[in-house]
Design a protein around this ligand. Structure first.
Ligand SMILES: Nc1ncnc2c1ncn2[C@@H]1O[C@H](COP(=O)(O)OP(=O)(O)OP(=O)(O)O)[C@@H](O)[C@H]1O
Length: 237
């Protein structure tokens, strides 16, 4: 579903933010991407979703190169950035309908999915309010719902649990599991190692722009906790 091969990115005047990163996310995977601050997670994610240009390497979504056909790739994926920047002058429901229009979601389907996910996240009563009046967590919930209503094959999330209350975080984890059980794939960054360990069937750890381990969670973790493995790799590699 997502294939990253030898991805390398340098920002102007800087050293390599990501250096020769390769990994594969398959249908059904919940793939956690972890690393210290500045390790290169957001850089990788932004290249995957087509908002950051890159010169070296290749990234494919469902077999399509993000460079060769960015629109076809965007139609297959949904991206939730770490700080969703939504249109403040729209109401929640206007925003969801706008996204529904962009992705050609039928009226019946969007009503069903908006109803379900807004109830799950307990913001149904707020959908008529202007987004400018939303809290950070409510904006995060709206961004998540907008990503889900077009049932993406690949869901890419940057730090999705930041700003969510415990109930909303639990709801999101359940939705992520459901989505992947239906054959979609999820690639997300997180600093919450406990959640990554419980939720993800695969994990990649990045340090200073280089992938230092990746694979099935139980293999990456071995006999230890993910936190222990992470601390050791980050300190010693
Ligand atoms: N627009 C930019 N211009 C120059 N350097 C950048 C830019 N964005 C990121 N970097 C640098 O690239 C490196 C990787 O940053 P990135 O944001 O990908 O890390 P991250 O793993 O997402 O970190 P965090 O966990 O803090 O969000 C860092 O050294 C950062 O300073």
């Amino acid at each position: 579903m997502l294939r990253i091969q030898h991805f390398t990115k340098s920002y102007k005047g800087g050293r390599k933010a990501v250096d020769d990163l390769s990994l594969v996310v398959e249908p059904g995977d919940i793939y956690g991407f972890i690393g210290h601050n500045g390790a290169g997670k957001t850089t990788t994610i932004r290249a995957v979703v087509g908002v950051l240009d890159f010169e070296e390497g290749e990234i494919e979504i469902d077999g399509i190169s993000v460079k060769a056909d960015p629109l076809a790739c965007k139609a297959k994926l949904a991206y939730i950035p770490d700080n969703p920047d939504l249109y403040d002058h729209l109401t929640g429901i206007q925003y969801l309908n706008f996204i529904g229009d962009l992705f050609h979601v039928s009226k019946a389907e969007r009503e069903r999915l908006i109803g379900k996910y807004s109830d799950d996240f307990q913001i149904t009563a707020n959908l008529g309010d202007m987004i400018s009046s939303y809290s950070h967590g409510m904006k995060q919930k709206l961004a998540i719902i907008s990503a889900l209503i077009h049932e993406p094959k690949l869901l890419v999330l940057d730090e999705p649990f930041v700003g969510l209350d415990p109930k909303a975080a639990h709801t999101l984890k359940t939705i992520m599991t459901d989505l992947c059980s239906k054959g979609s794939a999820i690639f997300f960054s997180t600093h919450v190692l406990d959640t990554a360990e419980k939720l993800c069937n695969k994990i990649a750890i990045i340090k200073d722009g280089r992938l230092i381990t990746h694979g099935k969670t139980e293999v990456v973790r071995g006999e230890h906790s993910l936190e222990d493995v992470f601390m050791e790799l980050i300190d010693n590699d």
